[in-house]
Structure formats: C-alpha cells, structure tokens
Design a protein around this ligand. Sequence first.
Ligand code: ATR
Length: 290
Amino acid sequence: MTSANGDYRNKDILLGVMGDPIAHSKSPLMHGAALQALGIPGAYVPLHIAPGQLGEAIRAVRTLGFRGVNVTIPHKVAVMEYLDRLDGSALAVGAVNTVVNDNGVLTGYNTDGIGYVRSLKAEAAPELAGTRILVVGAGGAARGIIAALLLENPSAVVVANRTREKAEQLAAAFEAKGAVSGIGMNEIADRIADVDIVINTTSVGMYPRIDETPVDPGLLREGMTVSDLIYNPLHTRLLTESRQRGCRIHGGLGMFVYQGAYALEYWTGQSAPVDIMRQTIIDALGGSAG
Ligand code: ATR
C-alpha cells in the first residue's frame, strides 16, 4: 500500500532537513550517501524554512508524504507543538531534531544526545558508568548530552558555565536523574582534579576563532578523556593541546554522524552505514580521518 501520508515502502523515500539558514548543512550530503550505500531509492533535501512557516512546513510533511525530516536551528524547540507525539528522548531534552511520519502520525525524537553518547563510547570511552564528567557550557547542546549521559550512570556530572546561574539551573533540572551540579567557569580549576572526562559543548574554538580554548589546557592531565562537540575544525586547539598532554581525545564529528545514524535507522529500519557517512563528511570538509 502506498499513500500520500508517509507510507514509503513502495515508493522513493522522501527525507529532508528544515532550518534557517540551511545552505551550509552537511546532512543532505551525509544522508544522500547513506541512502545510496543502503540501496534505498529516495532523496534527502535541504528545506529553508523561516520561523513563521514552520507549522505549514510540518503539515506539508504529511501532505507530501515525507517519511521524515531533521529539524535544526532555530526550530528544535518550536517544532514540538506541531507534532502528534513526543518520544521520551525529546521530552527529556525539551527539543526535537528528528521527526518520523508513520502514516500521517508525526513523532518527534531527539537523537543529538544519544548520538553523542554512542559516538563517545564507540570512539573514546566505552564505559561511562562510575565516571566523573565535566560538561563545559550550559546551552541546548549541553542539555541534550547531559540527558543522555545520565542514562549511562556516571558517578557525577559537573556543569561549568560562564554564566554560573545557567549551570545551576541546568543541574537543578536533572536533579532527579543523577548527581549533577553547576559551577562557574572560574571554579573549574578547583574541581578538575578528580574528573575523568571533559566535554566542551560551547562554540569556543570553532572556525574561524580556532586559537581559543574553553578550558585552560594547563588544567588537563594524562589519562583524561577530552571531548569537543565542535567538528569544524576536526581537531580544535583544545583537542590538540589535550593530546600533547597525554589525554584521549574525541572530536565532534562522531556526534553529527551518529545523530544522523539514529534518525536514518528510525526512518528506514536499517542499520546506518556510519563509516560511509563519516567519510563523506571528512571528504566534504577537506580534512583527514583520525
Ligand atoms: P547550543 O544550543 O549550541 O548549546 P547556546 O544555547 O547558545 O548554544 O549555548 C551556548 C553555550 O556556550 C552557553 O553555555 C554559553 O555560555 P553563557 O551561558 O554564559 O552564554 C557558552 N559560550 C558561548 N560563547 C562563549 C564564550 N566566548 N566563553 C564561554 N562560554 C561561551
């Protein structure tokens, strides 16, 4: 059976990403390569949607028979009101990045946090239970990551932010789910001694301001895992300095690849070709693997 309301089985699968701006997005390239590798006919297209058009655009997902869409800045929170159901991942984070259309019923998921954690475990820190984690930054990205990290039972999560109150508020929001505390950036030096994993969720160090680091590299020590959500550049100054100090490093590319992998798996029911997805992005960025 096919219909114009999301049953994609007997026709090309239609997918896309809604954002504003959207021209820079690497998702169409990554998912296009993934569909091709899986032998699934279809397309994943960039959709430039201004904030005032979001409701109409989401209704069009049903009308046009899209199997699903990713949703990116600035729509991740606003999109929630237009969906029929919200998965637990979206409720925990308070934002949606993936919409699945099941015969006209739209469900919102958040694969950013779980994508990040899957990447961290696959590439740097296989066991997170019992670890002490410092999350730098307290914005939307930090929220998604903390929600997913707490599912792994770390012994403590400390959130450090330039604006201390935001770190405290974020910690309080997760109070019931684990040992999360909020501190100011200037308190990192006092708290870093027993930290196992440092995660940068801020934009500090992102292209073009590649000489900046969110944490004083002098505070990092051998044996720590240092992770940076930024993937442009592939290796931020924070990661380069961390590696020089004997830390295990983890870049942000994996988070991007695995948030997309989860979304593709929800849409198609098939395992995502993560290696091909990753290499597609590395080639597009003109960087090197590693
Ligand atoms: P995102 O959704 O990507 O997390 P966001 O919600 O705007 O983006 O959050 C950005 C985070 O990076 C915040 O924690 C912000 O700190 P403040 O809450 O104090 O603004 C942090 N950030 C951005 N630029 C920063 C800088 N130059 N130094 C330190 N922290 C910075």
